[in-house]
Design a protein around this ligand. Structure first.
Ligand code: MTE
Ligand code: MO
Length: 424
């Protein structure tokens, strides 16, 4: 059995922009000229600063939080980046395969809205339905058959800072290390069940969930509320409308009362605080699948790559950068590897800057859309500084490369990361 889904999603995405330039795709909720401007901005290395790190970014942090985030963000668990909070990988050591909600990274374009689930409703609408709009209340959704699945949510820009620090390349956006990922057990209803109940037609092409958080304003352009289309084939396949995370109601920062979970895809597809879903008979374009979340740069066409869909292959140590070890003492190095494509097959570790490699022990059965924990023993002998490296190979035979091809917004970094440590 092939670990990868049918190619329809990719083919679909590739034709999207062509359709749009030919006037056959619709700019959903934004002026076509503004969208073109954003596209141009994506193509140049213009930092889309207020999208990646909005003005509130500089607001003073309270001791253990951010103004736009509800949960506490103590420094031993999180590193704050603008309106966002990155999970410290060291804080995952010993936590098991699921990321506890108290240490799950937060990526907010603006701020966490407070939504009352009793007055909340989800409106499904658009010319891809056979009839008019259909509303679903929270209780109604809970009454539908539920499904549970483990999936990571990972920002497309996870690992972005290594374009600069390892490859000397300039990129725009939040300077994540590797902690813009979390894995949880999500419970909810199949988006497909809801769409069928709403009367999705055979002519439907795109499904566009939109968040209830504030509109995003960047460079004087109102981008509207956060929204990013998913092709019908994916929407009807394994997408969830989730109301539980790790057995508890979704926390406010992670989309309460209901969020979209699009397994294996870039984080932006996982719309939090979903309020409505447009079902369209035409292909849809928003800022989040045009100027943003495509690859721009010398290796890519002027309009950018196809919109990003699947996440890439990565590995991280559960260790602070610059951590120290004692010489001649046995240590157990632990970490995780994951991929949005084929499941991780094996992981190798180097403790001497990449000269020698050995197999790590895997502690989870590799699964697509999730991560595997691994470990390797190390008895350091030489005092001083060294670099630890971890390199995963997936079941399709792909291995993390030494470098990732540059793209201006620093998406999909998949190269092996060099992790500095000291031995004393
Ligand atoms: N409504 C809404 N949904 C959103 C976002 C947002 O700002 N607003 N951020 C997206 C991005 S870019 C990512 S990476 C994930 C982060 O999910 P988390 O904050 O639960 O970790 O949510 C996505 N869904
Ligand atoms: Mo993201």
């Amino acid at each position: 059995m092939s670990p990868l889904p049918p190619p329809s999603e990719d083919v679909y995405d590739r034709i999207r922009l062509r359709q749009w330039s030919a006037g056959r795709a619709r700019s959903a909720g934004i002026d076509r000229r503004d969208l073109l401007r954003l596209l141009a901005a994506g193509a140049a290395a213009v930092p889309m600063a207020s999208v990646a790190a909005p003005a509130q970014a500089t607001a003073a942090r309270s001791d253990d939080g951010l103004p736009g985030v509800v949960k506490p963000l103590p420094p031993h668990l999180f590193t704050l980046r603008g309106t966002n909070a990155e999970t410290n990988f060291a804080a995952l050591k010993g936590t098991g395969p699921l990321t506890p909600a108290d240490r799950f990274f937060v990526r907010n374009h603006t701020a966490t809205p407070r939504v009352d689930r009793d007055t909340w409703k989800l409106t499904v609408w658009g010319d891809g339905l056979k009839g008019g709009p259909v509303d679903f209340g929270y209780a109604e959704l809970r009454a539908l058959p539920s499904v549970t699945r483990t999936a990571f949510v990972e920002c497309a820009g996870n690992g972005r800072s290594f374009f600069a620090s390892q490859q000397g390349q300039e990129v725009s956006g939040t300077a994540w290390t590797l902690g813009a990922i979390g894995t949880a057990r999500w419970r909810g209803v199949r988006l497909g069940d809801v769409l069928r109940r709403a009367g999705i037609g055979r002519h439907a092409v795109d499904v566009l969930p939109r968040g209830l958080d504030a509109e995003v304003v960047t460079d004087g352009v109102n981008l509207g509320r956060v929204r990013r289309p998913v092709p019908v084939a994916k929407a009807l396949d394994d997408v969830l409308l989730a109301y539980e995370m790790n057995g508890a109601p979704l926390p406010p920062d992670h989309g309460y009362p209901v969020r979209v979970i699009v397994p294996s895809w870039v984080g932006i597809a996982n719309i939090k605080w979903v309020g409505d879903i447009e079902v369209s008979a035409e292909p849809l374009l928003t800022p989040w699948n045009t100027g943003l979340y495509r690859l721009f740069g010398p290796g890519y066409p002027p309009e950018g790559s196809a919109p990003l869909a699947r996440q890439t292959l990565k590995s991280a140590f559960e260790l602070a950068r610059g951590a120290s070890f004692r010489a001649h003492r046995r240590s157990v190095l632990t970490g995780r590897s994951w991929s949005g494509g084929a499941p991780v097959g094996s992981v190798e570790v180097s403790t001497d800057g990449g000269r020698h490699w050995r197999r790590a022990r895997l502690h989870d059965a590799p699964r697509a859309g999730s991560w595997v924990r691994w470990s390797a023993d190390w008895v350091p002998t030489r005092r001083g500084t060294t670099e630890l490296l971890a390199r995963a190979t997936d079941r399709s035979g792909r291995t993390q490369p030494k470098a990732t091809a540059h793209n201006t917004q620093g998406y999909l970094f998949d190269a092996v990361v060099r992790h500095p440590v000291t031995v004393s």
